[in-house]
Ligand binder design. Structure first.
Ligand code: MRU
Length: 355
């Protein structure tokens, strides 16, 4: 299995692979303060819903680890830092999910034993970050195995954005079965959408798959229809940033168009969604907050000179919502979920076998 991780926590320090520098440079930076963490998430140095969640958990810990105060003040500091880091990006629910878990773990520790020392309180916080990390590694591996049950050797697979090793703690979500299949000689042929405007497909997925020896073909986003019409795509696999209770799933901008095309061409569309990305408190896709980013990313960022007049108006939503009726199956670490999603997603949190 490909061995790259987007971050590591070693000897109390948090390091991330700066994904804005890929594929040309592999630069590792250290995050020390809550501002470092906020900036790294906001600027997509660390990105992908699960990686954001785990990194925010460790980031919260490192940002308060040097505090020297009573435990009540420490709790207040942790809550404030968590709220601040949570404001960095709105769509991927893993961010608030992980931060809430961290704060709750500390609150519980202090409620269970109000007399514990500050260093014990800090240790409890770190334990929770390690647990969130461990669960994510396991979830990705399990989703990879479930995903492989849906795919056959030699298949053509189209993917959008990057839901791979570097978007998680390890293996990826929708790229986990591809990496796993590569180890087992499945010989998948992967079509990778470049994913405008930030090129996660071209810069990250193509880099990651080629590095692992997978047969990878890069296409521009507007070429998905022709490769489907040519009969080269047997399945579409994508990740998710937040799945609502009815099964609508927000993912990188352009995903919903790919799903509609897949539906038109009768191609199964699989969304890989760890339970940390399912938000039963959000009833439907229209309730998911969609991040809007600056227009420069569209007309300037990847060009030597601006390729559109500077005065032009832009609209740059970072995500769109794929309606649940276009999703053939949702692959989670607890099993493969089929429609009706409003019923079966709820069941998933009660049972652990395939729903
Ligand atoms: O803006 P990004 O690069 O963070 O968007 C990432 C995606 O849309 C991924 O597909 C999603 O987070 C799932 S990552 C396993």
């Amino acid at each position: 299995m490909l061995d790259i991780t987007p971050f590591k926590f070693e000897e109390g320090r948090l390091y991330i692979l700066d994904q804005t520098k890929l594929p040309n440079e592999e630069v590792v930076i250290e995050l020390r303060t809550k501002e470092d963490v906020w900036d790294a998430i906001r600027e997509l140095k660390v990105r992908g819903a699960p990686a954001i969640g785990v990194c925010a958990a460790y980031g919260l810990y490192v940002s308060v680890a040097g505090s020297d105060e009573d435990t009540d003040t420490f709790l207040k500091r942790v809550r404030e830092a968590a709220d601040y880091i949570d404001s960095s990006r709105p769509t991927a629910v893993n961010l608030s999910w992980a931060l809430k878990r961290m704060v709750r773990a500390l609150e519980k520790t202090l409620t269970d034993d109000p007399s514990i020392s500050l260093s014990e309180a800090k240790a409890a916080l770190l334990d929770e970050a390690r647990e969130i990390h461990r669960e994510d590694v396991d979830a990705c591996m399990t989703m990879g195995k479930y995903g492989l049950e849906l795919l056959k050797p030699g298949m053509g697979i189209l993917t959008h954005c990057n839901a791979g090793t570097i978007a998680t703690s390890k293996y990826g979500t929708c790229l986990a079965p591809i990496h796993l299949g590569q180890e087992r000689g499945y010989g998948f042929r992967v079509f990778c959408d470049e994913t405008r405007p930030l090129l996660q497909g071209a810069r990250l997925t193509a880099w990651e798959l080629v590095k692992n020896g997978v047969d990878t073909t890069l296409i521009c986003d507007n070429m998905a229809a022709i490769v489907m019409k040519n009969g080269w795509v047997d399945a579409v696999v994508v990740g998710c940033d937040r799945m609502a209770a009815n099964g609508d799933g927000a993912n990188k901008i352009g995903t919903s168009g790919v799903a509609i095309l897949a539906h038109e061409y009768g191609i199964p569309f699989y969304m890989f969604v760890p339970t940390s990305t399912i938000d039963l408190n959000t009833p439907a896709g229209c309730d998911i907050p969609i991040e809007l980013r600056q227009g420069e990313e569209i007309f300037e960022m990847w060009y030597e000179k601006p390729m559109a007049p500077g005065e032009v108006k832009t609209y740059n939503p970072s995500f769109d919502v794929t309606d649940h009726e276009y999703i053939t199956a949702v692959i989670t670490e607890k099993g493969i979920v089929r429609p009706p999603y409003d019923i079966n997603l709820k069941k998933l949190f009660e049972e652990s076998d395939n729903v």
